[in-house]
Unconditional design. Sequence first.
Length: 296
Amino acid sequence: MYLFFGIFFVVLLLFFCLNHWRRKKIMKKVCSLCMNEKCEILNTLIEPFGYCYMPSQDVFSTRINAWQREFGYCAFYDKAASHFNMIFDCLPVYFNYHGRTWLIEFWKGQYGINTGCEIGVYYADRIISKEERATTLFHCVDDEDMLTLSLQLFKDNHSLTHLCARHWWLTSFTMGCFSPPSSLSLRACVTLSSAEMASAFVQGLQESGYTPEKICVCCNTVCFTFTNAAPVFCIFRRIRIRICQWFNHFWCRIYLWVTRPFCLSIDKILYLYYYLPFAFRKMVKIRRYKKYKSRR
């Protein structure tokens, strides 16, 4: 019996020593890389998932040629999001323009261990009725129809990120940050292709509950702040949200603890990639559920 415990103690001690040596070796490897090398490695790793790293703000965003572009958007994606530990507020804005129903949707919330926001631009093949909106599969816009999008995400009145680009799906994700969606506000600006399209979009915003004094229009650019979402009345959905957020908060703390030797996300993630590759793959699958839902 004593021999067994002695062997167990020696094996355990050996494991901790080897693990400590391995961690130190990986930390030294990450620290030896310059920023350009880190960005090149990380972008190569996350490109298959449709994302890129923005070193200027230490956030992740989507590529224009991301694979998600092939699968469009359906309202079912938002309804299924909580099953993938994504808890967010969403604001879909529908409007008709040039014989099509357009959808520009805004999101803000918690995506696993990431606090983030999104703006997506989609269209239907024809003008659809309000009753069809929940079941219609919208297409992602082509390059010629992309819009100049600007987003600035605030948490408790503190700015987390500010991005602006001509895009079809502009996103920003801050890894290792936990936020209830109610603590976030999204300042969004959309530059439409014409005054007629801008007017139609403003009308869609008003139908979504925004009053004229909350909408700022300058030429073809429309700006507003997305703060409050529709309340959740279903008690089962509220319970699911609480459970998901508990797990999101838990895993966020675990991530911060494991990567505590580093401050920047790029260092933390490269450290995880070398130290715990399976954890790295799990983290970067943001919004990956769209692919599987679309194939059904």
